[in-house]
Design a protein around this ligand. Structure first.
Ligand code: 2AM
Ligand code: CA
Ligand code: CA
Ligand code: CA
Length: 282
């Protein structure tokens, strides 16, 4: 391991306490009729007062204990003019609310998601849905846990038996839309069922605990997947780039799956989907 286990355990206790505290605040926001939402870059890019509040509590809470640690957070990045670069320093990758649209619509599938990278390796992940009181957590090399119980990804090896998570909502620009429509057509035609949860972090955790067998998404950001990727790997699952190659936290186009065999089948189906040319959606 890149850092001592004792040190990681201290980081873990700190972030778990901060996340549980933020969860209470998030749940109050979920239950409140007064919560205000506004759009950022586009009509579908929504943020609430809670996103910033939660991110600030986490960043301040960690900075107080570890002033040299770095942060890549969605709301902090939205305000920054410099694009985040991952260094070897301990870096907390934070999505204060993943699934903001669900949070706004009072669909109880949203979470706080945090991953910690040291020497560019993810060492811990924690994902908390306070509305359902579901806490997913993992330290690299020590397994994945759901509300304190160890979890394992399914053993499904055949896509025909797989329930697959997919983000069919991310289709606002034409290139992304056509790619996704072709892929969902191909994947949905070949698996048992598809599901769109609206939170990348929760979707990866659902693969980690066997609710889903795989999850695929492109065009996301590091904070959407850092926490969930550690949890899925520690649950015995596989996370690769969409091409089947190595997964990159900073450019997370990914397939998260329960088994290597299932991953390979999904890689092939996506290749077939991407080569479809005789279609029109106008
Ligand atoms: P968010 O709720 O933090 O914005 C929803 O389909 C998943 O994709 C969520 O993880 C969501 O994160 C993210 N997401 C939502 N809209 C997006 C967009 N336009 N581009 C990239 N990611 C988006
Ligand atoms: Ca967002
Ligand atoms: Ca997100
Ligand atoms: Ca978010």
């Amino acid at each position: 391991s890149v850092t001592g286990d004792l040190e990681i355990e201290q980081y873990f206790k700190l972030i778990q306490n901060l996340i549980l505290k933020c969860g209470t605040i998030m749940n109050e926001g979920f239950l409140s009729k007064q919560t205000k939402f506004k759009t950022k870059s586009a009509f579908y890019d929504i943020v609430s007062e809670y996103d910033k509040k939660i991110e600030d509590i986490i960043i301040n809470g960690i900075s107080e204990e570890y002033p040299t640690h770095k942060f890549i957070g969605e709301e902090e990045q939205a305000e920054s003019k410099i694009e985040a670069l991952l260094t070897d320093d301990p870096t907390w990758i934070i999505d204060p609310i993943d699934g903001t649209t669900n949070f706004m619509k009072k669909i109880p599938q949203a979470c706080i998601s945090v991953g910690l990278s040291i020497k560019k390796q993810l060492v811990l992940g924690i994902v908390y849905n306070p509305m359902l009181n579901e806490l997913f957590a993992a330290k690299t090399g020590h397994g994945a846990f759901f509300n304190g119980e160890q979890i394992h990804a399914s053993r499904i090896c055949d896509v025909k038996e797989a329930v697959l998570g997919y983000e069919i909502s991310l289709i606002h620009d034409k290139r992304v839309r056509d790619k996704n429509v072709k892929r969902i057509y191909k994947l949905a035609s070949n698996c048992t069922g598809t599901r769109c949860v609206g939170s990348a972090a929760l979707s990866l955790c659902y693969v980690a605990m066997g609710r889903f067998d795989a999850y695929h998404v492109d065009d996301l950001k590091p904070w959407d997947i850092a926490g969930g990727a550690v949890i899925l790997r520690e649950a015995g699952g596989v996370v690769t780039h969409t091409s089947g190659g190595e997964f990159n936290i900073m450019k997370p186009d990914l397939i998260g799956s329960s088994t290597t065999e299932l991953n390979k089948q999904i890689v092939e189906l996506i290749k077939e989907a991407d080569s479809i040319t005789d279609y029109t959606f106008e």
